[in-house]
Design a binder for this molecule. Sequence first.
Ligand code: RIB
Length: 280
Amino acid sequence: NLIMKSSQSIGVLVPNIGNPFFSTFIKGVQTTARELKYIPLIFGANHDEKIESYYLEKMIERATGGMIIASASITTETIDSTLKKNEIPYLLMDQNPIVDGDRVQTNDILGGQLAAEHLIKLGHQKFVITMPNAPTANLLRRVEGFKLALTKNSISFEHAATIVYSPMTKAGGYQATKAVLASHATAVFAINDEMAIGLYKGMRQQNINVPTDISIIGYDNIDLDEYITPTLTTIQQPILEMGITATRLLVNRIKQPLIAPQVTELPVHLVERNSTAKPR
Ligand code: RIB
């Protein structure tokens, strides 16, 4: 029988297919889905709640087996009125609000702490954090961790750290350059690697050398980090594994709808490369 039930499909909603974080994540989903004889359907929601709801509804109409939701704009109300109401198994990723149910996440507080500790150890005392102005909960936890590390080292977050708000993309990082330089910080914590890469361009245009004039640390450890100059110091998330785990847990849920909520937290690590150094 060549016709498969559509419930062999799983839907994957990500915010931004252009970010290598999500292409690596999807790679993990695809490999595992194939092994488990499911077919993943991937959607980029572009940070737009309407697009997100559209894909959700269409997937429900097609009686999808389940959904992996890695995009951020979904609300608890939408989850209740669409997925729960139609008894569609789903799994939430790190950007989503913490609600009951299956979930894959990393320790964002630790990630923020590791970033700050690395910069403090190098001797930095004045920091900028670049992040979007409507941050998801996981990004706020990174900032919380950063603040914790400063406090532990008797550095006042209020005095020593400035936040520059800009979209979490390469363009957003680039646009943040002037505000970053205006803060006179010696080190930047970019809330993801894409922003860090955008900042590289801005710094180059202003003749600011990374890392001798300013240190930059990113977050994610996307594959590009090793190929840019200087190579990017970052907090590594196990991105491929996040995709693999999400898919395994979702398929588990599809097969055994009544098991207890499955929550997996994967580790983060500091990866020291060449974009961070002692301040001048
Ligand atoms: O770069 C994309 C970001 O969105 C990552 O940091 C990841 O954790 C997700 O939340």
